[in-house]
Design a protein around this ligand. Sequence first.
Ligand SMILES: Nc1ncnc2c1ncn2[C@@H]1O[C@H](COP(=O)(O)OP(=O)(O)OP(=O)(O)O)[C@@H](O)[C@H]1O
Ligand SMILES: [Mg+2]
Length: 482
Amino acid sequence: MKDTKKILIVEDDEGLVHFLSRFFTQQEYLVTSCGDGHQALEKVTGEPFDLILLDYKMPGMNGLETLREIRRLQVKTPIIVMTAYGTMDTAIEAMKLGAYDYLVKPFNRDELQRLALDALEVNRLMTETVSFPAASSKSAAIPGGSVKIIGHHRRMQEVYKLIGQVAHKDVTILITGESGTGKELVARAIYHHSLRKDKPFLAVNCAAIPETLFESDLFGHERGAFTGADRTHIGKFERCHGGTLFFDEIGDMSLSTQAKLLRLLQYGEFERVGGIHTLHSDVRILAATHKNLEEAVEQGQFREDLYWRLKVISLDLPPLRDRMEDIPALVEYFLERFNEEYQSSVRRVDPGAMACLKSHSWPGNVRELENCMRRAVLLSMGDIVREEHFKPTPELTTPKGAEREAFLAHIEKRLDALVPDLLQFCNEKVHESVLDVVEKNLILKVLQQCGFNQVKGARLLGISRNTLRHRMKKFQITPPAD
Ligand SMILES: Nc1ncnc2c1ncn2[C@@H]1O[C@H](COP(=O)(O)OP(=O)(O)OP(=O)(O)O)[C@@H](O)[C@H]1O
Ligand SMILES: [Mg+2]
């Protein structure tokens, strides 16, 4: 079973505590609350939390002092500070002290949801330890590691050896490899084995954010720096002080940001966008890319000086097709993980299915194999995965734009035939909407297909377990009595 996320609410306004508790409990989080800073310190020393929501203005110790004390205890859980309009300067102060972000009261559900999900993801990256077989022994490097890097191929052994040699040194590391080879996993392993493991770990995807937003995300901005900048924003470099910043897809970073990053790497200096003060930050940089940076340098898309600076240590991950002998171990690992996640009991993959896995070229590398195994565990009813559980997967046949189009056209055609009947039926029985009829039947069919296992059903339908439960209640769908 996946563990339930735990949220601590530190707030003296009972009404707000009630609202927040309901909001998070409905989403199956475990909520603890307390009304002042001293109690909060007791709570965080007693048990680990995944997220802390902290009111700024409380009787006794205020939010800022509480935050400082929590950080003194080496608790790195993301903290969201809740503050009233007009006290935003303190919120900024809080971020400099290591708060993850802040919410200005009154905030709406969407803001709260977005920020809480971001913070929980950051917490996952920081706390879910990544272990790997030590180069010389078979034992995992950290006890209790919740994810593992799998593979005994010679090239993977070299990777483990290098991680062991450089993780605890403060050097910049460039991780390269095709998509899905485990670059992010390796970055997290380095962080967990580094001296900075009790400090923050933040990831930035250089390809995902437009350039102007990107600079402000990294360096922060001053109020009025550009249209819409109505508040000072503390960027990731400041928030990550003492910690590790992971630049994913660094090959996509713009040339102007590259120049700023170079300065930061050389002198630890930067300015907020629109700011006049030079700030300092001590961050360790890890970077990854699936691109060939040497080529990018030749083509003038990547600065040569930055390239050499990043490449002090470089770590290249092999594609899966070059280490096919690791497939059985990966299969076994994913079976174990997904059995736990979906409460299944698939024991093994039969020889035909294994041959099929071994003959595929895996252009999507380990991620593709992972998705393939997830699907197989979801679809298999018994305890053995057979070839047919792989056959229809788009991963194995390589997803193509044209195939997807053809599939959608096929669905549309089937619906063409069905829609008039559905509409006719629903016109007659006005109390039932056509969407309800379709939804109810689809849910029922999927649940029947996976033996009414709700975890599997929700996953196949692409909805949360909670949503599935609500729908089952609404449509009065119950598992058959056996
Ligand atoms: N050696 C491995 N052992 C176990 N799991 C792995 C391994 N390599 C990758 N994975 C899993 O495969 C998935 C993809 O890995 P990851 O995100 O680290 O790849 P990536 O190289 O960063 O890919 P991309 O370039 O597409 O971002 C993850 O779910 C990861 O846990
Ligand atoms: Mg990645």
